[in-house]
Ligand binder design. Structure first.
Ligand code: MG
Length: 220
């Protein structure tokens, strides 16, 4: 079983569903040639996709183009069903660093056929996830710097201030569709600068005041 840990409070939650936002940063939506959505665009990864700091992403044999996307992860600590924007933050237990690993070639093929993306987004090892910091220790989740480098070279450097849909809106919106339960995780989208990694590369990701991840890449 995969778990989400908050070391500062000794809390540990079995991870439930991982609900992810696509196109939540305008510049990233533009770099992939997508429109900026009026409502959050959601997809999910299974809990089995999670790996911890230091574990390797394994690129499946059915892809030739695996991309990184650094994202602020939100850990749910209290059941949220149809909560208002004002109530939303009371359900957040902590924040972490995630990398939404994406098989871009597979995703593009599926999108062009109108088919679901799961095999491009939810494969084993597709969700590197750091330990979480308590929500109370993050004064503003929209004032955080998100960075990702590959082999020591900077690739993504953005700020959560550029999110289109912000954390309270996201939690409220998702809770109106899927009841959020303790241990569920939300990935809030990625800033611009996504790109490809290959076997042998090492990714280092970080979010200011939240955490870091160092993740090697290998072949399936
Ligand atoms: Mg993403």
């Amino acid at each position: 079983m995969k778990t989400a840990k908050i070391p500062a409070t000794n809390q540990e939650f079995p991870i439930g569903k991982i609900v992810c936002l696509a196109r939540n940063y305008a510049e990233h939506a533009r770099e992939l040639g997508n429109e900026t959505p009026a409502s959050p665009v959601l997809f999910m990864k299974p809990a089995s996709a999670v790996i911890s700091d230091g574990e390797a992403v394994r690129i499946p044999a059915y892809s030739r183009e695996c991309h990184y996307e650094v994202e602020l992860a939100v850990l749910i600590g209290k059941t949220a069903c149809k909560v208002s924007i004002d109530q939303a933050m009371a359900h957040v237990a902590g924040y972490g660093v995630a990398i939404d690993m994406t098989l871009r070639d597979v995703q593009n093929q599926l999108k062009s056929k109108g088919l679901p993306w799961e095999i491009a987004k939810g494969f084993d090892t597709s969700c590197p996830l750091s330990p979480f910091v308590p929500a109370a220790s993050v004064a503003d989740p929209h004032g955080l710097r998100l960075c990702l480098g590959v082999n020591g070279e900077a690739r993504q450097d953005g700020t959560s201030a550029d999110m289109i849909h912000r954390v309270p809106q996201i939690v409220s919106y998702i809770s109106g569709i899927f009841t959020l339960e303790p241990g569920d995780v939300i990935l809030t989208g990625t800033p611009a600068g996504v790109g490809q990694v290959q076997a042998g590369d090492v990714m280092e990701a970080g979010i200011s005041g939240v955490g870091t991840l160092k993740i090697p890449v290998s072949q399936g």
